[in-house]
Ligand binder design. Structure first.
Ligand code: GLA
Length: 410
């Protein structure tokens, strides 16, 4: 009798232990009130890849302010892969002292002194994608180091992770950052392999949904063992994901390629669609040498307002005809954004008879009610008021370009 009772108690304790260990390992903590709208900033990778150094980061910081990008809402200066130097005897990470002679604390102080924030990159595996020391087994040490330096944003990659469990690995880093006590935006970069939209809402603030972007409109860059995707491919891969995004937890279709070689029309279409998707707006061009066109695209405040809308509802494809797609995004105060995307290289005529269209969004529950409500139309690229929804719209959209409007109740 006594042994039986003892056995039962033992089983109970073992069961309780297993339960608490498993709940600890999957419980992630996040700082509230971060990334309530999609993060905006700049990242070194798309333009400079591994050729990053302190001089470039300081100059990018200066250019962010001088160009008006800071005023347009861009905040983060993010250093991607290849900044790492070595781990010391105790296992603490140090930057490459040739590329970053003043060290990360001094650089972070500089970025902060300009009213901006600074981000770093690491990886959940043994080595980063570029082959530099990564965070596996050093997560808490790294989080403490980043906090000491004053880091505000961490992009956390997924190369060389072998048998690691993605949810577990990202939760470990999330908890490490939380314990270090400095609010940091954790950006998951595991390319959508493990469907982070299903589990990362409380782990990080944004998660990559795809492999790497490539600066072309609709090509694939094939590297043999992996591929990079043109803008239209990435756009198509967002299908079905919008219901997972919202304030503090965003789908990330990768950083911007505006100013990195596409035509101005293509750059405009790319930027507009990222804003329709409520995507993080992380510029990836050389801010020090921007053309006027690139600058004007990146700093269009009306288009950025669509991205940064306080409701944080990702837009959706309403229709697709003859290579013209019509996208809608519900906005605050009953407004909507609409974007006609011409995927063909030829100009296309578009006509849209509002009264015949019944636009209902099953995620937000919003309905345009064009048959009852009249909206004013503003073209967000020409900045012109172009009438109301009382009259059918007819326009021509140049090849690989958009017509993007904001609808405001009359
Ligand atoms: C991966 C990421 C990229 C970039 C590189 C750096 O490919 O997806 O965005 O960070 O690694 O090596």
């Amino acid at each position: 009798m006594k042994t039986n009772l003892f056995n039962q108690k033992l089983i109970g304790w073992v069961f309780l232990c297993i339960l608490s260990i498993s709940s600890i390992s999957l419980y992630a903590q996040k700082f509230d009130s971060l990334a309530l709208t999609p993060p905006m900033g700049w990242n070194s990778w798309n333009k400079f890849a591994c050729n990053v150094n302190e001089k470039i980061i300081r100059e990018a910081t200066d250019a962010m302010v001088a160009s008006g990008m800071k005023d347009a809402g861009y905040q983060y200066i993010n250093i991607d892969d290849c900044w790492q130097g070595w781990r010391d005897k105790l296992g603490f990470i140090h930057p490459d002292s040739v590329k970053f002679p003043s060290g990360m604390k001094a650089l972070a102080d500089y970025v902060h002194s300009k009213g901006l924030k600074i981000g770093l990159y690491s990886d959940a595996g043994d080595k980063t994608c570029g082959g530099y020391p990564a965070s596996r087994g050093h997560e808490y040490q790294d989080a403490i180091t980043y906090a000491k330096w004053g880091i505000d944003y961490l992009k956390y990659d997924w190369c060389n992770t072998n048998d690691l469990n993605a949810e577990g690995a990202y939760t470990t880093m999330s908890n490490a950052l939380y314990s270090a006590g400095r609010p940091v935006i954790l950006s998951l970069c595991e390319w959508g392999n493990n469907k982070p939209w299903l589990w990362a809402k409380n782990v990080g603030y944004l998660w990559r949904t795809t492999g790497d972007i490539y600066p072309c409109f609709d090509c694939i860059k094939d590297h043999g063992t992996w591929k990079q995707w043109g803008v239209m491919y990435i756009l198509d891969m967002q299908k079905g994901l919008r219901k997972y995004a919202g304030p503090g937890h965003w789908n990330d279709p990768d950083m911007l390629e505006v100013g990195n070689g596409m035509t101005n029309n293509e750059d405009r279409a790319h930027f507009s669609m990222w804003c329709m998707l409520a995507a993080p707006l992380i510029a990836g061009n050389d801010l020090r040498n921007m053309s006027k066109e690139t600058h004007d695209i990146l700093t269009n405040k009306d288009v950025i307002a669509v991205d940064q809308d306080s409701l944080g509802i990702q837009g959706f494809k309403y229709s697709s005809n003859d290579s013209v797609e019509v996208w809608f995004k519900p906005l605050e105060k009953g407004d909507w954004a609409i974007c006609f995307l011409n995927r063909s290289i030829k100009p296309q005529k578009v006509s849209f008879n509002w009264e015949n269209e019944n636009v209902a969004d099953d995620v937000s529950g919003r309905i345009t009610q064009f048959n009852k409500v009249t909206y004013n139309l503003k073209d967000l690229w020409t900045k012109k008021d172009i009438g109301t929804t009382g009259k059918a719209l007819s326009a021509e959209v140049p090849g690989h370009d958009v017509l993007m409007l904001r609808l405001t109740k009359k």
